[in-house]
Design a protein around this ligand. Sequence first.
Ligand SMILES: Cc1cc2nc3c(=O)[nH]c(=O)nc-3n(C[C@H](O)[C@H](O)[C@H](O)COP(=O)(O)OP(=O)(O)OC[C@H]3O[C@@H](n4cnc5c(N)ncnc54)[C@H](O)[C@@H]3O)c2cc1C
Length: 355
Amino acid sequence: MKILHNFSLKNKHSFKVDVKAKCFILISKIEDIVKVLQNKKYNNNLLVLGSGTNTLFTKDYPGTILQIATKGIAVVDQDEKEITVEIQAGESWSGFVAWAVNNGFSGVENMALIPGTVGAGAIQNIAAYGENFEDVFVSLEVIEMASGKTISFDKKACKFGYRESIFKKDYRNRFIITKVNLRLAKNDEINTSYHSRYGSLEDELAKISNPPYNIRDASKAVTLIRERKFPDWEKIGTAGSFFLNPVITKKELVGIQKKVPNIQFYPIDKLSYPKPDDPKFIYSDYVKIPAGWLLEELGWKGKWIGKVGTSPNQSLVVMTQKGATAQEILKFAEKMKLDVKKAYSIDLTPEVNII
Ligand SMILES: Cc1cc2nc3c(=O)[nH]c(=O)nc-3n(C[C@H](O)[C@H](O)[C@H](O)COP(=O)(O)OP(=O)(O)OC[C@H]3O[C@@H](n4cnc5c(N)ncnc54)[C@H](O)[C@@H]3O)c2cc1C
C-alpha cells in the first residue's frame, strides 16, 4: 500500500482542478482499508473517492483520501431465470455493464457508459433511460470507518431515492462500501415500458437494428447517444449533469407550463423517493422536470463565461477549458442557479459533490 503525501488531485476528479490532498492512498485490497483505519496518522479526516466523476475539489484537502480501486466480479447465486453477482466497489460501472451485456444478462443495459465505480453507483443510485441502480440491487457490504467492522445493508436499509441513498445523508462519511450484490435476469430481452418516455432511444434503436431489440442493441444505442450528448470526461473538465432535475408539485408545474408550454415532465412514483415531512404526501401529486430544459429556455445551452461553459448539446452539462479554477466553476454554476430561481422560483440543487 503506497501512501502519497501532498498529492495533486488533478487527475483524480473529472473537473481536473489542480488542488492537493495532504495524503492519498490507492486501495486495491479490502484488507488495506482496515490497516488505514487502524493507523492514527491517517485515520482522521478521511474522504472516500471512486473515479471522481461526480466530485469537484475546490481546495486542498487537509486529510487522507482513499481511492477505492478494488476489482472483481463473481457470480454468487443463480437459478434458471436470474443471477446474483458480487462486484467489488472499485470496479468500473461501465465495465460491469459491458460484462453483463456480453454474457446475456439484462437489467443494466440502459446504464451503459455512465462513468465511475460500482461503489459510487450505490451512493448515487445512478440511473439512465428509465433504469435505476436500485432496480437490480440486492445488498451491499461496508466497513464502518469508526470501528473497522464489516456490516451488510439490504435494499430497504439503503433508502434509495432520486440520485440518493442513506450514505449521502444520515450516514455520510460513516461507511466505506466494499462490495455490491446485484441481481440480473438471464435473458436478452429489453424492458420497453419506458421507451415512449425516451424518444431519442427509440429513434436510435430504429437506426441501428430491427425489432425485437435485445440488450446488445439497447446498450449500443445508449452508448451512441451518450457519445454525442456528453463531452469526453477523460479529456474535458466536466462531471456530467451539474444539477439534479427538480421535483415539483403538479400545481407548480401548471405555473411553469404557462412560461414553458411544452416542458417535459415525468412521474416520480417509479422510484422510492424519500417522502417529505408532509403527512398528506402522495407520489402522484409530484413530477420531475428536466433542469436542462429550463436552462436552455434561459439561453444557457452552449453558453461560455471565460473558461467555463455548458455543452452545445445539453445545458445541464457544465464543461471547462484547461486551467479553469474551482472559483470560476462555482461562480458559473451560481449564475445558472440564480437565473432559474428568478425565472421559475425553483431552487436547483447540485448533483456534483462539491468538496
Ligand atoms: C460525462 C458524465 C456523464 C454522467 N452521466 C450520468 C448518468 O447518466 N446518470 C447518473 O446517475 N450519473 C451520471 N454521471 C455522474 C457519475 O458518473 C456518477 O455519479 C458515478 O456514480 C460517480 O462515480 P465515481 O466513482 O466517479 O464517484 P466519485 O465522484 O468518486 O464519488 C461520488 C461520491 O461517492 C462517494 N464514494 C465513492 N465511492 C465510495 C465507496 N466505495 N464508499 C463510500 N463512498 C464512496 C464519494 O465520497 C462521493 O461522495 C455522469 C458523469 C459524467 C462525468
